[in-house]
Design a protein around this ligand. Structure first.
Ligand code: CS2
Length: 495
């Protein structure tokens, strides 16, 4: 291997001029933000916006202290430690242009699975004004049957019994907020950056339910003092590949152990409810609005559902990436029809947004040939995604008496995906889903009970009780199981 320079603070000034870098000194930052869950998305989104703001100057109190609370966070902890928190953001444009920038906003990192006290202390530190989260759907610890906090979870039980050695994010937040209250410090804002509907409301509900079990008085203080802004977050961020690392070495001559690649588009629409101050993110393109709901519904039902439509159908067909799907005219036509006929009619008007233009932009973004977002990433944890991205559209259309065929066909295809677990050419599918075994078992019963799959309540709730849905699904699944060609079916449905 050639001796490429390592990325770290000492080498920052040695990087070629083609790589943009912070004009601020990361050493001087204070941790105004503590962020739990430093994955690719946090690094392409909140840390990117914050880096831009720091670059404008006069914002040194808004550095980010990254936090990992799972054993799986050790790798990012090691990388950021070796690189002094620095990493490269590689922005790939559809026309082949690439902008590379070193981001310096994550100036510290604490690994909470080894040292929970250090995390609690950091959250309780007077510098901390916001604790933000990207912990994925699973991190919110919601019982899917009841929608309430899942106290049966072993880690939740552990946190109730050991309040000063927490494991769940809610245990950390409660311990830190208790300390702030006892020390007479103001509460911080808890800001969810996960792609979940009403993410702030959900975070608040879960935290209060957990805190009440521990200490009703503290829960009351949290309820009165902590803000939980809702937000819509958006930037397509594929999984980092070895090619990204090689690209930096070959084109820019340095070694970054874990860069992030993303598209140029970036959006963050946030409710302006911060109890302890916030960065002037509006100076760098973040939109602050009174009500985020129309934006998040639009994004979940068009972008995310669109991804799932392509991901599931594309996986079975054998397309490797989302841009391969968009380049296939049958897939592109199917997606557009799904968006126009089934998703868009369920949306309320979105202030300042022309939905036709928004959909056109989605096609440009999905079609970006340089992002190469894999269908396997899109299909990850579909059992948590479809109930949020796709099923509400089917439900709304059932209620309004509109078409449900295109959405329901995706559900039927997902049954085949879970049952057979191979693509059209018999190649094994890489399925990552916490409910993989249950989904497989339910799908596998299709031969004897055509509706077995949609009776799986943790995903479908009572949807199978809708006669129209059940009948539409049954017709589609019977055709698929009788050997109908997927692409021919897609064409038939679009006609
Ligand atoms: C994707 C999202 O995981 C998925 O299914 O739809 O990760 C999507 O890329 C982001 O929400 C874009 O902001």
């Amino acid at each position: 291997m050639n001796q490429a320079a390592e990325l770290n603070r000492a080498n920052l000034s040695e990087l070629p001029a083609s790589v943009a870098r912070p004009s601020y000194d990361p050493v001087r930052l204070k941790s105004g933000i503590v962020h739990v869950g430093v994955g690719g998305f946090h690094r392409s989104h909140e840390a990117f916006y914050t880096d831009r703001l720091l670059d404008e100057g006069d914002a040194e109190q808004w550095g980010i202290c990254g936090v990992g609370i799972r054993a799986g966070d050790r790798r990012i902890a090691e990388v950021l430690d070796k690189q002094d928190g620095l990493y490269s953001l590689i922005v790939r444009h559809p026309d082949g242009r690439i902008d590379t920038r070193v981001i310096g906003s994550i100036h510290r990192f604490i690994l909470g699975d080894q040292d929970p006290q250090a995390v609690v202390a950091q959250m309780a530190h007077p510098d901390t004004r916001i604790v933000s989260l990207t912990i994925t759907e699973g991190g919110y610890n919601v019982d899917p049957e009841t929608g309430q906090f899942d106290f049966a979870n072993a880690e939740a039980q552990h946190d109730l019994q050991n309040p000063s050695e927490p494991k769940l994010v809610f245990g950390f937040l409660t311990a830190a907020l208790r300390r702030r209250r006892d020390e007479g410090l103001p509460a911080f804002t808890v800001q969810s950056c996960d792609n979940i509907q009403h993410n702030g409301d959900l975070t608040g509900r879960m935290l209060l339910q957990f805190a009440r079990r521990q200490d009703a008085e503290l829960a009351k203080w949290i309820e009165d003092e902590v803000c939980f802004p809702n937000a819509m977050v958006d930037r397509i961020t594929p999984v980092t590949t070895d090619d990204d690392i090689k690209y930096l070495k070959t084109h820019h001559g340095y070694h970054d152990r874990w860069p992030v690649t993303c598209e140029p588009f970036c959006q963050w629409v946030v409710e302006d409810k911060f109890c302890c101050g916030r960065p002037a993110w509006d100076r760098v393109g973040v939109q602050f609005v009174p009500d985020v709901v129309p934006y998040e519904t639009m994004k979940l039902r068009l972008l995310n559902a669109g991804h799932s439509v392509l991901g599931i159908l594309g996986a079975i067909h054998g397309h490797a990436t989302i841009n391969d799907c968009i380049a296939d005219p049958t897939f592109a036509a199917y997606l557009r029809r799904f968006m126009d006929l089934e998703a868009t009619p369920t949306l309320d008007p979105v202030p300042g947004i022309d939905l036709d233009r928004y959909k056109d932009t989605l096609f440009e973004r999905f079609g970006n040939p340089n992002i190469r977002d894999s269908v396997s990433r899109i299909c990850l944890q579909s059992s948590s995604k479809l109930p949020v991205f796709l099923l509400p559209t089917i439900e709304a259309n059932l209620k309004a008496g509109r078409s449900i065929d295109l959405g329901t066909f995706v559900v039927a295809a997902w049954c085949l995906y879970n049952d057979r677990q191979v693509d059209r050419l018999g190649r094994p599918l890489e399925i990552v889903d916490d409910r993989k075994d249950e989904l497989h078992a339910a799908a596998h019963r299709t031969e004897t009970d055509p509706q077995a799959f949609i009776k799986f309540k943790p995903v479908f709730g009572d949807l199978a009780a809708s006669e129209r849905f059940a009948a539409t699904y049954t017709e589609l699944i019977e055709r698929i199981y009788a050997g109908a060609d997927l692409v021919a079916e897609m064409r038939r449905l679009v006609r």
